[in-house]
Design a protein around this ligand. Structure first.
Ligand code: BGC
Length: 360
C-alpha cells in the first residue's frame, strides 16, 4: 500500500513538473522576451470610489497582461492622499528608482508640467490619467507623454439629456422652469467644471427653461459632503428644488440619503442624476431611487492606460490623447462593461476642438 502511495505521489510531482514546464514554455514562447518592467502608479487618493474601481481594474489588467505575454509588470501603486507635495515626492521616488513608466492621476493637474519635465530628464515616459491637464503640458515631450481619459463635456451633456428625457423634463411642479442645484466635485478638476456647465447646457439645447437655486455646492466628490449640502438645500428651498445634478455618483448617493431623510421621493417629486455608475448608485437606480447616471468607463480607461504604458515601455511613441466614451445609464443593462477601442486625438485636433468649444 505504502509503495502504491509513493508511486502515486511521484506521479503527481511528475505531472506538476510537466504542467509548470509547459506554462513557462508557452508564455516565453509567446512573448519571446520574458522581461520584467517596473511601473510606478500615483493615485490622487485611494479613498475615492471611482479611482478605487479604476485602480483595482488597472492592477488586475496588468496581471492579465503578465500572464498573457510572459513579461512581468511590477506595479508600485502609491496613495497621494490628496496632497500634491506628497504625490510629487512619490513621483520623484519613482524617477530615482528608474521605473520604466509612470502612470499619474495627479492631485493637482497644474503640476503636470513640472512632473513631465522631471520624468523627461530621466527618460521615463508618463501616462496621465483621469485628471486632464492643459494641452500645453502634453507638448513638452511629444510621443512620450499622453493623457488617457474621458471627455467630461460628454458626461455633462448626458446628465442633462437624461433629465430632459423624463416625463416631467425636470419641471416637476409644472411652473415652466426647472429649478436645480449642482453638487460640485473639485475646482481643480476639469471633470467637475465641464459637467457643471454641460449638464445644464443640455437643458438649454432641449429648449427647457432653467434656474439655478444656488451657486454650485462644493462637495469634493464625497458622499457625506453631498448629503450634508443637499440636506441644507432641501431645508432652504423646500419643494421648489426639482433637480439635483451631482458631478459624481458619490455625491448623488449622499443626496439621495438626504432626500429620503427629508421625506421626499426621487422620481416622484425630485430628480437626481450622477456620473460614474458605481455599485452603490446602480443599487439605488435598480430601486428607482436615482433618476440616472453616466458610466465613467474605468474598465476601458484602465485597459487603455495599461496598453499605452506597454507601448511606451517598448520604446514606441504614442498619441497625446486617448478618449474612452461615457455611456448614458438609466437601467442596469446600460452600465455593462464591454471592451471598446479608445479614440485618439492629435494636439492640432484637440486645439481646434477646444477653440470651437470655447466659441460656443
Ligand atoms: C469621477 C469622480 C472621481 C474623480 C477623481 C471623476 O472622473 O467621476 O468620481 O472622484 O474623477 O478625480
Amino acid at each position: 500500500m505504502k509503495k502504491v502511495l509513493k508511486l502515486l505521489a511521484l506521479a503527481f510531482v511528475g505531472l506538476l513538473l510537466v504542467a509548470c514546464g509547459k506554462s513557462e514554455e508557452s508564455s516565453t514562447a509567446e512573448s519571446g522576451s520574458g522581461k520584467t518592467y517596473q511601473v510606478g502608479v500615483a493615485i490622487y487618493k485611494f479613498d475615492d470610489n471611482f479611482m478605487t474601481l479604476y485602480r483595482e481594474e488597472l492592477d488586475s489588467y496588468f496581471k492579465k497582461l503578465s500572464e498573457e505575454t510572459g513579461d512581468t509588470y511590477v506595479l508600485d501603486i502609491q496613495d497621494g492622499k490628496q496632497d500634491q507635495a506628497t504625490q510629487t515626492e512619490q513621483i520623484n521616488t519613482f524617477i530615482a528608482q528608474g521605473k520604466d513608466v509612470i502612470l499619474a492621476n495627479l492631485v493637482d493637474p497644474t503640476a503636470a508640467g513640472s512632473i513631465i519635465n522631471s520624468a523627461k530628464a530621466a527618460d521615463i515616459p508618463v501616462v496621465l490619467i483621469n485628471r486632464e491637464p492643459e494641452v500645453a503640458e502634453l507638448e513638452i515631450w511629444p510621443g512620450k507623454t499622453t493623457y488617457v481619459g474621458a471627455d467630461a463635456t460628454q458626461s455633462g451633456t448626458f446628465q442633462g439629456e437624461i433629465i430632459a428625457a423624463t416625463d416631467s423634463k425636470g419641471d416637476i411642479n409644472g411652473d415652466g422652469t426647472v429649478s436645480y442645484i449642482t453638487l460640485f466635485g473639485d475646482p481643480a478638476n476639469v471633470d467637475a467644471q465641464q459637467r457643471t456647465t454641460y449638464s445644464v447646457k443640455a437643458l438649454d439645447d432641449a429648449g427647457i427653461k432653467r434656474e439655478a437655486l444656488a451657486e454650485p455646492y462644493l462637495a469634493n466628490w464625497d458622499t457625506a459632503k453631498g448629503q450634508e449640502v443637499t440636506a441644507a438645500a432641501l431645508e432652504q428651498f423646500g419643494d421648489k428644488l426639482e433637480v439635483i445634478f451631482a458631478n459624481n455618483d458619490g455625491m448623488a448617493v449622499g443626496a439621495v440619503t438626504a432626500i429620503k431623510a427629508a421625506g421626499r421621493t426621487v422620481g416622484k417629486d425630485i430628480l437626481v442624476v450622477g456620473v460614474d455608475a458605481i455599485p452603490d448608485a446602480m443599487e439605488l437606480l435598480a430601486k428607482g431611487e436615482l433618476t440616472g447616471t453616466v458610466l465613467n468607463d474605468h474598465f476601458n480607461q484602465s485597459h487603455t492606460a495599461a496598453q499605452v504604458a506597454v507601448k511606451l515601455m517598448n520604446g514606441e511613441d504614442v498619441s497625446p490623447y486617448y478618449w474612452v466614451d461615457y455611456v448614458k445609464v438609466t437601467s442596469e443593462a446600460d452600465s455593462e462593461l464591454k471592451e471598446a477601442e479608445a479614440k485618439t486625438e492629435t494636439i492640432e485636433e484637440i486645439k481646434e476642438r477646444y477653440a470651437k468649444r470655447s466659441a460656443e
